[in-house]
Structure formats: structure tokens, C-alpha cells
Write a protein that binds this ligand. Structure first.
Ligand code: FAD
Length: 338
């Protein structure tokens, strides 16, 4: 592989966001990435482009523009009706090769994780997965991609100085979306599915929705999470009662999940879900970095802990020093009264 020269790199421009949609609805992560992309584009003095792949997706371009895209590139083709990573990767590869974006951002979702490594390899570009912070380095203009490393024990900032585009994935709920601007205008470029793309090796015969009840932590406005200090399943019953009372959802630290007190679907953090509720209440959770990366962008954080020096207590907007088994029932009593 030849290392690109400065001249090669200078041909790459603009920040791209790979939009994710399902059944005609754009996923929130698209808007969050557009929000992040606007800041990067401001630092680079360039445009934000969204890439919309699918069948019958043209109408969604306006929503991308209202949320921060200057340009939307659309490939609307029946071969993209179902998510087939071969076909999506061929389409995205062709667009990147033609338009040469400097930065490509994609959601670290099941689909993003299937798609973007294929494209990074075919473009001979690097890829930093699961970033929790993105910035532009002063002077060089290089993308600074921050993510937990070495089992979450350090936060590493990764630079891709050689190849272009610089590619990164970000989990849902890590970045903040901009509010929709109703009158915002932009350009829409309609492209064809690449003629040279080989036939996809996989065909979707039928899509079946899993009817199993799932924990919708990512959509919850109020999350009450418990840690090791909850002491057992009984402790989590108390949190479930509280969550019902305030129409919230129950989250958990990995320690509580590993102890078998609560299902993995509730786990928040590096190896669990990333959440961004209006209120995150951390009950008897110490606040190790692997937990914090999953909830630190919540709007309001309330911590209850017997240890005032626990990292979660330092991060919290409201830190209540006390025993959860006294504080939570008192809060529930108050909630019932109001
Ligand atoms: P502890 O750290 O033991 O803290 C318990 C807290 O409860 C203490 O602060 C204590 O003061 C308080 N307490 C005890 N009793 C009471 C009481 N009665 N009232 C009030 N407070 C009380 N962790 C995650 O959470 N999510 C992840 O996704 C995750 N991924 C990981 C990935 C890797 C690769 C690794 C190595 C670790 C990961 N961890 C993750 C684990 C993480 O490092 C911590 O071990 C874990 O978050 C600790 O959980 P905890 O805060 O519940 O327990």
C-alpha cells in the first residue's frame, strides 16, 4: 500500500455522516452525528454532508438538512431495500472514492459496525471504533478520535495522519443532536447504485421483527440505575418500583449484572448500553470509567452513595450522601405526594 502524500490528502474535503434509517425513519444517531459533524466542519472551514442509502429514502434528505447537513448524497435503489452489508458497502465505497470526504462518521450500531469496517478496508483507510470524543487538532487539522482503551483503563486519543478519509464510529447517545431548523436549506445530490458493484452474496428473504420484550434504555427519559451496593435482587425490585412510579427504566452497573441480580439488557457502560436520559439516578454505583462512558452525557445526574468521594458523586449534579435503602424510599414517598 502506498502512503498518500500531502498533495493526495489535500484532495479530501468535508465531513460526512452516514445516515442510518430503518423502515423510513431516520435513527437519532444520525442527528447526533450531524451535530458533532457541524463542530468539526466549523473547525475545518468545510461542509457537512449526509449519505442516505436505501430504497424510497429520498424524502428523508430534508430532515438531514434541517438537522445540520449542507449536502445530502442519496442512493435510492431497490438493491438497498434491506440492509445487506455487501451492497451498502459497495455504494458507500463508490461515493467516498468519487467525492473524497476528509472525515466519515458512522453510528456504532449493529448496522454501522457491519458496514463501516468493510468500507475502511476497501478504501485502505483507518477506522477508530466507539469514539466518545471527536475534535480537530489545532495546527494540523487532523481529527482527534478519543475512545476508551486497554479495557477502559485509559482514554486514548487516536490520529490518522497518513490515509484519507479519517473514519470513526460513535455510539448512539454519546453526541448531542442540534435542534431541527425548519427553514434550513441545502443541496441534494442523487447518485446511482455503482454499476461495477458485484452481486451481493447475501439476499434477505424475509425480515421478522423480534417480538421479545426488550429494555428500551436508550429511549428512557428517566433512568434509575443500581450498582453493587444494591446488595441483591431485592434491591433491584425497589429500583423497579421507583422506575414504575416515575415512568422510567432500570439501569445497572456491570457488577450488578455479573452478580446475576439483573439482566444484561439493563447494563449501562462500555460493554453495555450508552444512554442520555433527562435524569440519570445512580444508586450505589461507584462510577468507574467503564460505567461513566455509558451515561456521562445525561442531562442531569443524581448520585446516591454512602461514600462522598466516589467518582460518581464528583460527576453528579446532585450528590446525596446516604444509604440507598433510606434515600430511595424517601424519594418515592415524595414522588407519590407530587
Ligand atoms: P462498586 O465499584 O463496587 O461500587 C459500589 C458502590 O456502592 C460504592 O461506591 C459504595 O460506596 C456504594 N454503596 C455500597 N452500599 C451502599 C448503600 N447501602 N447505599 C449507598 N451506596 C452504597 N462496568 C459497568 O458498569 N458497565 C460496563 O459496561 C462495564 N464494562 C467494563 C468493561 C471492561 C473491559 C472492564 C475491565 C470493566 C467494565 N466494567 C463495567 C466494570 C467497572 O470497571 C466496575 O467494576 C463496575 O462499574 C463497578 O460497579 P459498581 O459501581 O456497581 O460497584
Amino acid at each position: 500500500m502506498r502512503t498518500p502524500t500531502d498533495r493526495d490528502r489535500s484532495q479530501y474535503r468535508n465531513v460526512w455522516v452516514v445516515a442510518e434509517q430503518r423502515e423510513g425513519v431516520l435513527k437519532d444517531v444520525t442527528f447526533e452525528l450531524l451535530g458533532a459533524a457541524r463542530k468539526l466542519a466549523a473547525a475545518r472551514g468545510c461542509e457537512v454532508w449526509a449519505v442516505l442509502l436505501g430504497s424510497g429514502v429520498r424524502a428523508m434528505a430534508d430532515a438531514c438538512i434541517r438537522r445540520g447537513a449542507d449536502v445530502v448524497v442519496v442512493v435510492d435503489d431497490p438493491r438497498l431495500e434491506h440492509f445487506v452489508d455487501d451492497a451498502y458497502a459497495a455504494a458507500l465505497h463508490a461515493l467516498v472514492a468519487r467525492h473524497k470526504p476528509e472525515i466519515v462518521l458512522c453510528g456504532a450500531t449493529a448496522r454501522g459496525r457491519a458496514l463501516i469496517p468493510r468500507v475502511a478496508v476497501s478504501l485502505e483507510a483507518g477506522l477508530t471504533a466507539d469514539c466518545t470524543g471527536l475534535d480537530i487538532e489545532a495546527g494540523t487539522g487532523v481529527l482527534l478520535q478519543t475512545r476508551p482503551a486497554f479495557g477502559g483503563n485509559i482514554m486514548a486519543t487516536i490520529k490518522c495522519t497518513g490515509h484519507r478519509p479519517q473514519m470513526a464510529t460513535v455510539r448512539p447517545r454519546v453526541m448531542s443532536a442540534l435542534d431541527a431548523q425548519p427553514g434550513r436549506t441545502g443541496r441534494v445530490i442523487v447518485e446511482s447504485f455503482p454499476a461495477a458493484a458485484r452481486e451481493a452474496r447475501m439476499k434477505v428473504l424475509e425480515a421478522v421483527t423480534d417480538a421479545k420484550e426488550t429494555v428500551h434504555l436508550a429511549d428512557a427519559r428517566f433512568i434509575i440505575s443500581g450498582g453493587r451496593g444494591m446488595g441483591g435482587r431485592e434491591g433491584f425490585k425497589l429500583l423497579a418500583d421507583f422506575a414504575r412510579l416515575v415512568d422510567g427504566a432500570v439501569g445497572a452497573s456491570r457488577a450488578a449484572v455479573d452478580a446475576g441480580w439483573v439482566d444484561y439488557a439493563h447494563q449501562v457502560g462500555q460493554t453495555g448500553q450508552t444512554v442520555q436520559p433527562k435524569v440519570y439516578m445512580a444508586c450505589a454505583i461507584s462510577g468507574q470509567i467503564q460505567h461513566l462512558v455509558g451515561m456521562q452525557s445525561s442531562d442531569l445526574i443524581i448520585a446516591i452513595n454512602t461514600n462522598p468521594d466516589a467518582p460518581m458523586m464528583k460527576l453528579a449534579d446532585y450528590a446525596i450522601v446516604g444509604d440507598v435503602f433510606e434515600v430511595v424510599p424517601a424519594l418515592m414517598q415524595e414522588a407519590r405526594r407530587t
